[in-house]
Structures are given as structure tokens and as C-alpha cells.
Design a binder for this molecule. Structure first.
Ligand code: CIR
Length: 253
């Protein structure tokens, strides 16, 4: 049964970092209701939740994916690219230490978990504004002994690599080719998002199912046509904070 670390939404989420979306009012009670529904879907898919309390001084703390990477062998604390997010890792590290030996990215490295896509023993890292070459070098050195291949991938026009591409099965990726070139992923089958839904490439895989935003019906139809089970969630308020479905949990066995 997988574990899923989640963290309740900070009262200060309206002050979140934003890069590619413009600031809009966030309905906090609705955001919390949507986040609760997201947690229920994770449970329905068999996850055992580890729920961290909100940290109101840390506006973006709900987006736990960005502060750590959890692999079968080790966990690794990132060093988020936004300085406002660097203190978020502390509470997550306290939990992860119970499950895995803990590694860490050190300065001058910066890395957001949203830029890290693991597929089997391959780890793709987006060249975003949040993650840098020092972090990629550190990942290589820390993870090569565990058999991982680390590849740095150019991307554009979006926050994180996983805004542009996510794994929807062991051999298939969901991709927005406007934001990341398919050339890095020649070994995989690709499902392209519907061009009318540019933010539709972020899907959270739990076992054989996908947790997926309800607001991308055209891309959802493409996923279902490929035989993939989709569980939709409404994450409209977290999307205003430039979040999506992968960013709100850290899922591991
Ligand atoms: C940020 O800009 O850091 C947050 N407002 C959103 C982070 C979303 N993280 C993710 O998709 N992995």
C-alpha cells in the first residue's frame, strides 16, 4: 500500500509564488474542500495518507512535491529554486527520515521536485528557472550508485518539467510538445495533450490509475482512448497558485 504525504493549505496561499499565470483571487475554503477531495481520491486508490498540518508562514507549502524526491532506495531533499520555499522541506524531511536514508541537494544547487520526472531508473530534470546545472550534477553523483541515469531536458514557457510531461504508465508519457520537445523521450510512447488544453500534461499516476484535473476533458478522452483509468478531481483553486495534481503529494511505497 503506497504512502502519500500531503500538507494542508496555508492560510497565506494568496501570496504564493507565480511565474507563468497571473494572480487571481483564491477561494480558500473552496481550495481546502478541493484538496480534501483530492486526498479522498488518493485514499480510494489505496494510498495511506500522511497529512502534515498547514504552515501559514509558508504560502506554497501545500505543494510538497517540490521539496523532496522519494525513490525506492533513498529520499532526497531538494533545495527549491524560490528562496521563499526553502523552509518547506523541514517538516517533510522529518517524515521521510522514518522511511528512507535521506540525501540532500546543497547550495549552489537548486531543484524543484516538479522538475524531476522519474520513469523506472531514468530521471529527467527540466532546465527550468527553478532547477540548475549544479543540482543535476549533484543528482548524478548521488543517484548513479543506485543505478539511476539522470538526463537534463530543455523546456520553455511553463513552470516545471512536469507541467509539460508526466508518465502515465511504465512506457507512456503525456506531453505538451509546445513546452518540451519529444526528442528527449524517443524511447517512450507519447500521448499529446489536446492543443486547446495547454496545462493538461500534469497527471498523477497511482498504480494503474491517473488522478487528473476535471477541466481537461479533451485530453482526458485521449487518455481513456488509450485504455487508461482516469479519476478526475477539481483543482481550480490550486491551479490559480500554479499548482496541479502531482505537486500536492509525495507518493512512495
Ligand atoms: C510555485 O510557484 O512554486 C508554486 N506557486 C506552485 C508550485 C507547483 N509545483 C508543482 O507543480 N510541482
Amino acid at each position: 500500500m503506497p504512502y502519500a504525504i500531503v500538507r494542508e493549505i496555508s492560510a497565506s496561499i494568496a501570496s504564493c509564488e507565480l511565474s507563468f499565470v497571473s494572480r487571481e483571487p483564491i477561494d480558500l475554503p473552496l481550495a481546502r474542500a478541493q484538496h480534501a477531495a483530492y486526498q479522498r481520491v488518493l485514499e480510494a486508490l489505496g494510498c495511506q495518507l500522511i497529512v502534515l498540518p498547514a504552515e501559514d508562514a509558508l504560502a506554497d507549502a501545500v505543494f510538497v512535491e517540490d521539496v523532496a524526491l522519494v525513490l525506492d532506495e533513498v529520499a532526497l531533499m531538494t533545495r527549491p529554486g524560490a528562496a521563499s520555499r526553502r523552509a518547506e522541506g523541514r517538516a517533510v524531511a522529518t517524515v521521510l527520515r522514518k522511511y528512507r536514508p535521506l540525501l540532500a541537494i546543497e547550495a549552489p544547487g537548486t531543484l524543484d521536485g516538479g522538475d524531476v520526472m522519474r520513469v523506472g531508473k531514468r530521471i529527467f530534470v527540466g532546465q527550468s528557472a527553478r532547477s540548475n546545472a549544479s543540482a543535476v550534477d549533484q543528482l548524478l553523483a548521488l543517484l548513479a550508485p543506485h543505478g539511476y541515469r539522470v538526463e537534463s531536458v530543455p523546456m520553455r514557457d511553463c513552470l516545471h518539467l512536469k507541467s509539460a510531461v508526466t508518465a502515465v504508465s511504465d512506457d507512456t508519457l503525456l506531453i505538451n510538445p509546445q513546452w518540451v520537445s519529444a526528442t528527449a523521450f524517443a524511447d517512450f510512447k507519447l500521448i499529446e495533450i489536446d492543443p486547446a488544453e495547454p496545462h493538461a500534461a500534469n497527471a498523477l499516476r497511482i498504480g494503474d490509475a491517473l488522478v487528473y484535473p476535471a477541466c481537461f476533458p479533451r485530453t482526458q478522452a485521449r487518455l481513456q482512448a488509450a485504455g487508461i483509468e482516469v479519476r478526475t478531481v477539481d483543482v481550480s483553486e490550486l491551479q490559480k497558485a500554479e499548482g496541479a495534481v502531482t505537486c500536492c503529494s509525495l507518493v512512495f511505497e
